[in-house]
Design a protein around this ligand. Structure first.
Ligand SMILES: *Cc1c(COP(=O)(O)O)cnc(C)c1O
Length: 219
């Protein structure tokens, strides 16, 4: 696969769902990829990327941002409060807002800095113990809490359990977003982004299908 193939498949999926072309944002997930591969995708004109670690993002993106205008960087992995400031300085969106303590820290920093990245609240739709995200039952309350803190909450994000039908999770996320008046849905990865688009994804996070298999495992 290549960037072009994925872009074409997104356009088809948009069309099949009667959604306007370009309504789904492709986040090219560049974590752990060699810089040459990332550079190649930047040279093809793509600007929206996802990283799941602040440290790794801080190591590679400042240099790319000097070289390429208009980089749109999304943090899609867990965020520790002690890295919140760095994440806010580096990223245009954070997809892993998942607990009150982090919300309060981000809100305080946003006041201080006078700006704030777009926020997506991560929902643990599979209620998996090891996974980040607010539980579905707590989502409405947490969304209200974040909004009351003046955080720019744009939508919700989920990572379905690996061994379950992802569409059930996409549908649940869409339902929670709809009843809270949120438009953004960050869902769908290399293996299931077309299904996610059919269920309303506004942001798909695609890594290996664009860049190839990750060279070294992350954990
Ligand atoms: C790595 C990652 C992706 C991309 O996964 P692929 O299967 O390579 O497309 C998407 N979302 C999150 C949160 C990730 O950590």
């Amino acid at each position: 696969m290549s960037l072009q193939d994925i872009t074409a498949r997104i356009a088809k999926a948009e069309d099949r769902s009667g959604r306007p072309t370009g309504s789904v944002k492709l986040i090219a997930v560049s974590k752990v990829q060699p810089n040459e591969r990332v550079q190649a995708v930047l040279e093809q004109g793509h600007r929206c990327f996802g990283e799941n670690r602040v440290q790794e993002a801080a190591g590679k993106w400042p240099a790319f941002k000097e070289q390429f205008d208009g980089v749109d960087l999304h943090l899609i992995g867990p965020l520790q409060t002690n890295k919140a400031r760095q994440a806010m300085e580096l990223c245009n969106a954070i997809h892993s807002l998942d607990r009150p303590k982090l919300a309060k820290t981000l809100a305080r920093l946003a006041q201080e800095m006078g700006s704030c990245p777009d926020m997506f609240i991560q929902v643990n739709t599979g209620e998996e113990q090891q996974k980040a995200g607010i539980l579905p039952a707590d989502a409405d309350g947490f969304i209200a809490e974040c909004t009351a803190l003046d955080l720019p909450v744009r939508g919700l994000m989920c990572i379905p359990p690996v061994d379950e039908e992802p569409t059930l999770h996409f549908a649940l996320l869409a339902k929670i977003a709809a009843r809270n008046g949120l438009e953004g849905l960050s869902m769908g990865m290399s293996g299931d982004f077309e299904q996610a688009i059919a269920l309303g994804a506004t942001h798909v996070r695609v890594g290996s299908a664009i860049f190839g298999e990750r060279v070294k495992p992350q954990e």
